[in-house]
Design a protein around this ligand. Sequence first.
Ligand SMILES: Nc1nc2c(ncn2[C@@H]2O[C@H](COP(=O)(O)OP(=O)(O)OP(=O)(O)O)[C@@H](O)[C@H]2O)c(=O)[nH]1
Ligand SMILES: [Mg+2]
Length: 311
Amino acid sequence: MTMTHRCGWVALMGPPNAGKSTLTNALVGQKVAIVTAKPQTTRNRIVGILTRKDAQVIFMDTPGVHALRGQTRGQLGKIMVQSAWQSFAAAQCIVLVIDGDLYLRKPEFMERDLAPLIQPLAEEERPVIVVVNKVDLFHDKSRMLPLLEQVSSLFPKAEIFPASALHRNGTSQLIELICSYLPEGEAQFPEEQLSTAPLKFMAAEIIREKLFERLYQEVPYSVAVDVEAWDEEEDRVIIHAVIYVARPSHKAMVIGRRGEGIKAIGTSARKEIKELVEKKVHLELWVKVREDWVDDPQFLHSLGFGVESDF
Ligand SMILES: Nc1nc2c(ncn2[C@@H]2O[C@H](COP(=O)(O)OP(=O)(O)OP(=O)(O)O)[C@@H](O)[C@H]2O)c(=O)[nH]1
Ligand SMILES: [Mg+2]
């Protein structure tokens, strides 16, 4: 008897900061998506691929879908939400990720946060799993059941699945459940491939993660990173990256007092990029002011926004 092999595309959707990228990394078993404590970290669809003997699961991590006007303004904010819905359209199974801890503390936020997702998911014919994430933060476990019931009343057809992406609690059972929903089919990517993102993009994302961790208020939302040059030598790679900011004052914040900010960003990014490329890395960072780049379609296109073609 031959074993059935399954393969399919899975969209991880949900409000900003719910833990979609953390869960993507946990499911793939490697870091493919950046994670920060700030909402609206993810700006593009990030593909993470899990290959097993009996299945290949192609996860699509997506930007957060939000009800209120998001922090990321302008054209960029619009493109982010559109990109999430494109992944939704391309998926064979949908995983809605929600922050269970937040809704235990603030139940009144749940319906408001989930408003843009409730109707599309309630009417969905494809399998839908709702991951109630961050259960590690639940102090009072007795409140879990009422929360799960509330979620289930919003998504009556969905499978409700409590988990902790951070501690990888429930993730192997979640993989089994997802696999059971996927159609039969051959693998679409080679088994060693973890993502469809080029190394250049991953490096830019790592730099952006370090920037997000250091910047406050609206500043991270007007930061973009573009890797302009990538020169592979035998034993090292030389990377030139530009950090775009929207205001001269933001440039000063990125650079920091006596250059300490940019130095710290460079050091931590270089360490991580080195692990990614498995070579020595020489990283040069420039900061440039480019006002209103979030509303400049050509510039956004040059950064790779709105060109998600490898479905
Ligand atoms: N305690 C706890 N924290 C979590 C868990 N999952 C994610 N987080 C934290 O929640 C924050 C947001 O995580 P992300 O994975 O970036 O969330 P996201 O949904 O991808 O967010 P956006 O890309 O901004 O939409 C980070 O600080 C994570 O460490 C979890 O299971 N437990
Ligand atoms: Mg994310």
